[in-house]
Design a protein around this ligand. Structure first.
Ligand SMILES: *Cc1c(COP(=O)(O)O)cnc(C)c1O
Length: 380
């Protein structure tokens, strides 16, 4: 089955009891059994729910995996993954990790003895040099937020295989429409379905996908044992969002390209970060591992001062100033004061995250209107 068919049909069957074409929202906590242990595969809704099962099967198909395990948020999914490890183990992750992922590793799991080390992941040799005896997993995010750095997934996986280490790729920014890490050798894929998969900024949800049966069994166990499960309504919303994933992401990619090119011509804009540009340091790798360059664009102002960035942010009308990304509507954010405020300024500056950097999540509105909006916001 091709991708555009999978988003609509994988895991989804008309409801056998009524013929309803859309997967019902099974809003129930328990299921009646004919006698103790004599049931139809469903006992208690933390353990299994048919709406969740349909979504899990759909997500497994989209990432070319065998199993998907869903959670109440992207971070709950990550929490389950890190629970595969034990005290004394260490996770090697990229230094421009999503802020919440860093917080979970550093402020929660470290307390239980699971260590982490953060390094830039564009240099494979540097990754090799930082693997220690207790390194159990390499955590990759690509493209990264908000600098849109690209990590070579295949190269990281080859290195990890030699060393017997697992690789998890946070595929939230690319979505399965543009990138499939399992095909490149990754063991696990994480999604914050809150973003492109849900796609309408109306649900918080997360998932892990794998084709390794023993990892899947372990994750189902943790899903049930720790209990951070999503509700059936949220599973329904994600399933519904996914049906248009390919069309939404395709349009977001087209709009982002036009906007990146427009920004490049603006005298007030000092740099535009967009992996689709041939002078982007990760361009060739992005071309190799992605089917498009995504809907995210970051840009900076000449002179680089925060007040001027704030003025631009306050002047956009279609681009709403908000956290998150991947919805149908366009958003603009100021990473230094919003998503990345918890990073010390020195660390931010070192990685190129200046105080005037702005991040766009380009939506699927008419691109002429979006460009017009940025044009007027950039007027001094
Ligand atoms: C939003 C996000 C997360 C966390 O997901 P939630 O659904 O908000 O818990 C993880 N990784 C990336 C890249 C994200 O953008």
């Amino acid at each position: 089955m091709k991708f555009a068919t999978k988003v609509i049909h994988a895991g989804v069957e008309p409801d056998p009891s009524t013929g309803a074409i859309m997967t019902p929202i099974f809003q129930t906590s328990t299921y009646v059994q004919d006698g103790p242990g004599n049931h139809q595969g469903y006992e208690y809704a933390r353990t299994q729910n048919p709406t969740r099962t349909a979504l899990q099967e759909n997500l497994a198909a989209l990432e070319n995996g065998t199993d998907a395990v869903c959670f109440g948020s992207g971070l709950a999914a990550m929490d389950a993954i890190i629970k595969l490890f034990q005290s004394g183990d260490s996770v090697l992750a990229s230094n421009d990790l999503y802020g919440g992922s860093f917080r979970l590793l550093d402020k929660v799991f470290k307390q239980f003895g699971i260590q982490n080390k953060l390094i830039p992941m564009q240099d494979i040799q540097l990754i090799a040099d930082n693997i220690q005896e207790n390194t159990k997993m390499i955590w990759v995010e690509t493209p990264t937020n908000p600098l849109l750095n690209i990590v070579d997934i295949e190269a990281v996986c080859q290195l990890a295989k030699q060393k017997g280490i697992l690789v998890c790729v946070d595929n939230t920014f690319a979505s399965p429409y543009l990138q499939n890490p399992l095909d490149l050798g990754a063991d696990l894929v994480l999604h914050s379905a809150t973003k492109y998969l849900g796609g309408h900024s109306d649900v918080v949800h997360g998932a892990v996908i794998t084709k390794n049966k023993s990892l899947a069994e372990r994750l189902y166990f943790i899903q049930n044992a720790s209990g951070a499960v999503p509700g059936p309504m949220d599973c329904f919303l994600v399933l519904r969002g996914i049906k248009t994933l390919h069309i939404r992401v395709q349009r977001a990619c087209e709009n982002a390209k036009a906007i990146a090119e427009f920004l490049k011509t603006q005298p007030r804009v000092s740099r535009v970060l967009y992996p689709g540009f041939s002078d982007h340091p990760g361009h060739e790798i992005a071309k190799k591992q992605m089917r498009g360059f995504g809907g995210m664009v970051s840009f900076d102002l000449v002179g680089g001062n925060e007040d001027e960035a704030r003025k631009v942010l306050s002047k956009t009308k279609l681009f709403a100033c908000a956290e998150s990304l991947g919805g149908v509507e366009s958003l603009i954010g100021h990473p230094a004061s919003m998503t990345h405020a918890s990073l010390p300024k020195e660390e931010r500056q070192k990685s190129g995250l200046t105080d005037s950097l702005m991040r766009l999540s380009v939506g699927i509105e008419d691109v002429d209107d979006l460009i017009e909006d940025l044009k007027q916001a950039l007027l001094e």
